[in-house]
Ligand binder design. Structure first.
Ligand SMILES: [Zn+2]
Length: 330
C-alpha cells in the first residue's frame, strides 16, 4: 500500500475499508448501522423519518485517493457529533484491492461494469465487486424516500481546463437535477456535462435504476494517499458536510459552465487511433471538421463549430468509450 507515516489514522482506516470507529459512534447514538459488504456502511434512522438517502462513493478508481481523504475527515467529524447526521447514509469504498495496490484497477475499469451487459469485462476481477456494490446499492435505495442522492467522487488522470467538473445523467428528474446542480455549484465545480447515455458508470446506475440525483464528480488530480493537498478539496468537503447535516442550500461558489455530449467516441477495433496523446487536457477544443479518431473505415470528426474532448483514452478495451466530445450550452 502506498502509504507513509503521514497518513492519518482516519484516512488509513477508510482506505482499508475499515469503518470500525465511525460505525460504532453512529451505532452508539441509536442509528441502525449496516455493514453489508467489505467497504460498505449504511447508517439509517428509524423508518419513516422522511430523510433524504445519500450514497457517497470513493475509490472506484483505486489511485484516486483525494476523495478518500476528504470523506474520511468529513465522516470522522460527523461521527463525533452523530446527532447532526440528517440523512440516511451509505458510504462505499469501491475498488478496495486496487486502492491497496495503488492502482487504477486490478484487471479492468470497475466504473464500466454497472450495467446488465458487460461484454468483454464480464470475466474481469472487478466484476464480482461490481455485483456486490450493485446489491448493496439496490438494498439501500429499496426502502428510501423520494429524496435520493449519489455522489461518486473521483480525481482526473490528466490536467483539465476545468480542474473540477461533473458528469450528470440527463435522465434525472428535473427537481433532483436542479438540487444536484445547486450542490455542485456550492462545491465550486467548474463544469457540468449533461450525459444522455450510460457508459456503465456507478453514478449512472443509481440515476437510471433508483431515480437518484447522481453524479460522477471529478475533483482535481490523482495523488498519493496522505500526500494530497486537501486545500484543493475544501469547497467540496464543506458542501458534502452541509448535505449530510441537512444544511439549507447555500449560494453557489461557482456558476458551473454546462455542456452537453455531442458524440461518444467508441473504440470499435484494435485499429483505433486517436488524435490525442496522454498529455491532452480535458476540455481541449477542436474546430469543425477536425478528425478526432479513426477506426477502420469509421472516421470521427468534429460536427459542431467547436467541440471539446473529455476523458480521451485510446487505450481502453475494444467496445468501450474512448472519449466524449462536448459542446457548451450555458
Ligand atoms: Zn476516476
Amino acid at each position: 500500500m502506498p502509504t507513509t507515516g503521514a497518513v492519518s489514522g482516519v484516512v488509513r482506516a477508510l482506505a482499508e475499508a475499515d469503518f470500525g470507529a465511525v460505525a460504532q459512534r453512529f451505532s452508539d447514538a441509536g442509528f441502525t448501522v449496516g455493514l453489508p459488504a467489505r467497504g460498505i456502511m449504511t447508517v439509517k434512522a428509524a423508518a419513516g423519518s422522511g430523510r433524504a438517502s445519500v450514497l457517497v462513493s470513493v475509490g472506484v478508481h483505486g489511485d484516486e485517493t483525494g476523495p478518500i481523504e476528504v470523506v474520511a475527515h468529513v465522516l470522522d467529524a460527523l461521527s463525533q457529533q452523530p446527532a447532526m447526521l440528517a440523512v440516511d447514509l451509505m458510504v462505499c469504498v469501491g475498488n478496495i484491492d486496487a486502492i491497496a495496490a495503488g492502482k487504477r484497477f486490478i484487471d479492468a475499469d470497475l466504473n464500466r461494469m454497472f450495467r446488465p451487459v458487460r461484454g468483454s469485462l464480464a470475466d474481469a476481477a472487478e466484476a464480482a465487486r461490481a455485483d456486490t456494490m450493485i446489491a448493496a446499492t439496490d438494498a439501500f435505495f429499496a426502502g428510501a424516500g423520494p429524496l435520493r442522492w449519489h455522489l461518486d467522487l473521483h480525481t482526473a488522470i490528466r490536467p483539465s481546463v476545468y480542474p473540477t467538473f461533473a458528469i450528470v445523467p440527463d435522465l434525472i428528474a428535473e427537481q433532483g437535477k436542479q438540487a444536484l446542480i445547486g450542490w455542485l455549484g456550492q462545491a465550486a465545480i467548474g463544469a457540468i456535462i449533461m450525459n444522455p447515455q450510460s457508459a456503465g458508470t456507478y453514478s449512472y446506475y443509481s440515476a437510471e435504476f433508483h431515480a437518484a440525483a447522481a453524479s460522477t464528480v471529478e475533483l482535481g488530480r490523482v495523488g498519493t494517499l496522505g500526500q494530497n493537498d486537501l486545500s484543493q478539496f475544501a469547497d467540496v468537503a464543506e458542501a458534502l458536510d452541509g448535505l449530510l447535516r441537512g444544511a439549507p442550500p447555500a449560494a453557489a461558489k461557482t456558476a458551473p459552465h454546462v455542456f452537453k455530449v455531442a458524440q461518444q467516441i467508441m473504440k470499435l477495433s484494435d485499429g483505433f487511433t486517436m488524435a490525442f496523446d496522454r498529455s491532452t487536457q480535458n476540455f481541449t477544443a477542436l474546430r469543425q471538421g477536425e478528425v478526432i479518431a479513426t477506426d477502420g473505415d469509421t472516421v470521427y470528426a468534429v460536427q459542431h463549430p467547436e467541440e471539446l474532448v473529455v476523458f480521451p483514452n485510446p487505450d481502453v478495451r475494444v467496445g468501450l468509450r474512448a472519449g466524449l466530445m462536448v459542446v457548451r450550452t450555458a
